[in-house]
Write a protein that binds this ligand. Structure first.
Ligand code: NAP
Length: 484
């Protein structure tokens, strides 16, 4: 399919109650190609009335959906997994067009995103309770797990497919209905996914998708609606905090996957080639626009020069360009605001004494490109050690002993993921235990895995997505006491 055919094949309406419809006030959102700054296509933008209609549809479908056989929900997820996989090129092209990442990375996200459906298709049939005799022997304790009820899902632009399937998969598995609101910069992938879920036979009203540019005005009434039972959000920490406050009135079940500030530790006994390979993955996946992106490279002083030289060589060899072009490995950032923020963070670091080993500035005539950049001698008080960079910039600083390394790594309000490279088993254990993060990657620059519990601590949020833990977020435990 050509780019135009790919775009023409995507529905551009609101998906409510199994039907595509226009926005009730006729408004639309222009979806931009970040590589060119040009509009790709316009999609319907939901009004508050449309948001309410989507929740009505989810509420109406909930009881029948909860009563479906686990095997039926499993088969639907499995069919969706297979169809996404069959259409991997199509989904990859859509993501590259609306979000910018190179096609090979978009294909990687299709594999990762689809896998949540396969994983949870296998989990559905294992939802179980337990049975026990009370300690005094007088009663029997039975537990059962039931779907939590209608869920509102709000997702970010950086992984347009996977951040959705990581929520939709377990919700379908658990028997919940849902309203999904994708990021307004990248709605196309989610609209294509909604169409695919309809095609495989997910019943009307189970999955509803509303894009909107009136984000707060459409979301807040839904969060305050007593029929909604759960809110799951992936995005920035400030927005997450606002949503937690809004959800307090209804005491909603809440899951928050928020920002990160990942440290990447290289110890003196590390295999440096492996560390550089891990650094490329941890830094350059998604052009650095990932909550899991390595944000601070903390390298032992005895290997820092060698690590920086090897890492900078690889970074300098990256090819920046439009993600649809052959050979391109680094696409544009999402918008001008993000590109300018990355630029300011680099300027701040250099004004405090950092040296630019490679890169350091914006590039390209159109679009929002930034060069792969390595900075050394970065002052610990530079802004980019405190804030999420969300760009292809790797700041390196050094440490002299393990205790200091762990202390530096933990010196952040965030706690999503940390990476450590060492070949010493004792150090692996001590460092893993000492790091205050929800996830730790040892000798690997990527931790995302549908079979593992993804999530953070501190201001990176709470709740887990993926793994056996992922489905629990969508289930309530009910206990029944029975006198024999
Ligand atoms: P964002 O600005 O927080 O937006 C995320 C989503 O929230 C979008 O759908 C956005 O809608 C919506 N939103 C914004 N304001 C809202 C409001 N007042 N009420 C309801 N919804 C609202 O974050 P982003 O810039 O898209 O994404 C980047 C952030 O996500 C980074 O901090 C990154 O670390 C984090 N992230 C975390 C994880 C994780 O699993 N921990 C994974 C990926 C990304 P609009 O698009 O319409 O504004």
């Amino acid at each position: 399919m050509t780019e135009k055919e790919t775009l023409d094949s995507v529905p551009t309406g609101l998906f409510i109650g199994g039907e595509w419809r226009d926005s009730s006030d006729g408004s639309t959102i222009d979806v931009e190609d970040p590589a060119t700054g040009k509009t790709l296509v316009s999609v319907a933008s939901a009004s508050p009335a449309d948001g309410a209609a989507a929740l009505d549809a989810a509420v109406a479908a909930q009881a029948d959906w909860a009563a479906t056989a686990p095997r039926e929900r499993a088969e639907l997820l499995r069919s969706a997994f297979e169809l996404i996989t069959e259409r991997a090129d199509h989904f990859a092209m859509l993501m590259t067009l609306e979000m910018g990442k190179p096609l090979a990375q978009s294909k990687g996200e299709v594999t990762y995103g689809a896998e949540f459906f396969r994983w949870f298709s296998e989990e559905v049939v294992r939802i179980a309770g337990r049975w026990a005799t009370s300690p005094d022997g007088n009663t029997r304790l039975m537990t059962m797990k039931q779907p939590v009820g209608p869920v509102l899902m709000i997702t970010p632009w950086n992984f347009p497919l996977a951040m959705g399937t990581r929520k939709i998969g377990p919700a379908i598995a658990a028997g919940c209905t849902m309203v999904v609101k994708p990021a307004s910069q990248t709605p196309l992938t989610m609209l294509a996914l909604a169409d695919l879920l309809k095609e495989v036979g997910v019943p009307d009203g189970v999955v509803n998708v509303v894009s909107t540019s009136q984000t707060g005005d459409v979301m807040e009434p839904l969060i305050g609606d007593p029929r909604l039972r759960k809110l799951t959000f992936t995005g920035s920490t400030p927005v997450g905090k606002t949503l937690v406050r809004q959800s307090a009135d209804q005491l909603l079940r809440v899951s928050m996957e928020l920002g990160g500030n990942a440290p990447f530790l290289v110890f003196p006994d590390a295999d440096l080639d492996q560390a550089v390979q891990g650094a490329m993955l941890a830094k350059m996946r998604n052009m650095g626009e990932a909550c899991t992106a390595a944000n601070r490279f903390l390298v032992h002083e005895s290997v820092a020069d060698e690590f920086a030289t090897k890492f900078a060589e690889k970074m300098a060899a990256e090819v920046v360009g439009r993600g649809t072009e052959d050979g391109v490995t680094v696409g544009p950032l999402i918008d001008a605001k993000q590109r300018d923020k990355v630029s300011e963070l680099v300027d701040d670091a250099t004004s405090r004494g950092a040296s630019v080993v490679t890169g350091g500035s914006t590039t390209g005539d159109a679009g929002y490109f930034f060069q792969p950049t390595v900075l050394t001698d970065v002052s610990p008080d530079a802004d980019l050690f405190r804030e999420e960079i969300f760009g292809p910039v790797a700041p390196i600083t050094t440490f002299s002993d393990d205790a200091k390394a762990v202390q530096m790594a933990n010196d952040t309000e965030y706690g999503l993921v940390a990476y450590a490279f060492t070949t010493d088993l004792g150090r692996m254990i001590r460092v893993s235990e000492g790091l205050e993060f929800g996830m730790v990657g040892i000798n690997q620059g990527i931790v995302s895995n549908p079979a593992a519990p993804f999530g953070g601590v501190k201001q990176s949020g709470f709740g887990r997505e993926g793994g056996p833990e992922g489905i629990e977020e969508y289930l309530c435990v009910k206990y029944v006491g029975i006198a024999p």
